[in-house]
Design a protein around this ligand. Structure first.
Ligand SMILES: C=CCO[C@@H]1O[C@H](CO)[C@@H](O[C@@H]2O[C@H](CO)[C@H](O)[C@H](OCc3cn(Cc4cccc(/C=C/CN=C(N)N)c4)nn3)[C@H]2O)[C@H](O)[C@H]1NC(C)=O
Length: 133
């Protein structure tokens, strides 16, 4: 089980900056954020090789335990065995994920989230630091 942060109060315009390392044998990892584990504004799931997918980022929301419609992003800026940095911020309309190489990914704020209270990391990602800016 990865890292779980609860009782956060990340506001619109603030960002969660996660630095970490993707292990050499990585298959998949996920960064989850929202109100709780079953109430996610964003499940950010890069798949190196998982669920029949290869080198694609799956984004989705989870409401009352039900998955929404996936957004699939083929621009894949991660390499197994490499350090990486991901910055997540949001506003009333969308969540924004700043990725390596100036890549930015957007996902609609389907939950109308007003603060990020829950943040978790799952799977093949070794967190080195987390900064709330
Ligand atoms: C084609 C058939 C029907 O369509 C498929 O239907 C599946 C089920 O709905 C979707 O899959 C689901 O997609 C969801 C997003 O939408 C979540 O990601 C969910 O996972 C939830 C979940 C999280 N977690 C923890 C976790 C997260 C990341 C890595 C690890 C462990 C790594 C271990 N590392 C090793 N072994 N090295 C563990 N576990 N499950 C996934 O099951 C597929 O995308 C979808 N595929 C397409 C093309 O549409």
């Amino acid at each position: 089980q990865g890292m779980v942060l609860t009782h956060l109060k990340v506001q619109p315009g603030e960002c969660i900056a996660v630095k970490g390392m993707v292990p050499p044998d990585a298959k998949s990892f996920a960064l989850n954020m929202g109100r709780a584990g079953s109430d996610l504004a964003l499940h950010f799931n890069p798949r190196f090789e998982s669920h029949g997918d290869a080198r694609i980022i799956i984004c989705n929301s989870l409401q009352g335990g039900e998955w929404g419609e996936e957004q699939r992003e083929p621009d894949f800026p991660f390499q197994p065995g490499q350090d990486t940095k991901i910055c997540i911020s949001f506003n009333a309309q969308e969540l924004m994920v700043a990725l390596p190489g100036e890549q930015q990914l957007k996902f609609p704020n389907r939950l109308g989230l007003e603060a990020i209270e829950f943040f978790s990391v799952e799977g093949d990602f070794r967190v080195k630091s987390i900064k709330f800016k």
